[in-house]
Write a protein of this length. Sequence first.
Length: 249
Amino acid sequence: MIEWLLYIVLGAALGTMGGLFGIGGGLIAIPALGVLFGLDQQLAQGTALVMVVPNVLLALWRYHQRNRIALRHALPLSACSFLFAWLGSIWAVGLDAHSMRLGFVGFLVALAVWNVVRMFMKVSPPSAELRHAWPWLGVLGSFAGTMGGLFGVGGAVVATPILTSVFGATQVVAQGLSLALAAPSTLVTLVTYGVHHSVDWGVGIPLAVGGLLSISWGVKLAHALPEKVLRAMFCVFLVVCAVMLGFEL
């Protein structure tokens, strides 16, 4: 019982940070599970997905209540992400755990570099219509789904910045489409990891409970901070996680 309470508290902390950075907590939970609990990379990713899936589904439901997601854009993104997340997760569970962790560290560093570059990029004004439609949305869904299935983070962390910078979507539209992309891809990834015994449900379920209770606090805090400050904090956090995991290699 005490262990469950500790996991719920940890899940609440991770959920708050996930809401703060708009990433659902998975990207944060994976390094925490690897460093604090000594889980190998696949098990850490699969266990983190137990927290990510309900967060994504809840966020999608709430978003749908307030904003309409264009079906013609969401369908190619979600269909391609579902297929390639499944393929990426099958690839992931068959890889060596050390190689997976090395790849995840590289993924964190690449995300940090990309976010730093975005801070200095000249951004064109967003428009109501996307600059690129099908088949480019299918390409984005395939790439984001593969990364989500391979690293267990959900495709939203990859798709949202690309939708705003490359496709010219507003932040609201990008977040809605990213949630539509992430919902099916995180589900199929969790199922794949679970079938291959790469999920610790005893840790993942209380983490999910804590995350659901706290993610709204992080979202409120995020709205109170300037975007550049948030992005800088996120980059620093990614580098710290990469360094911590690097010492575990």
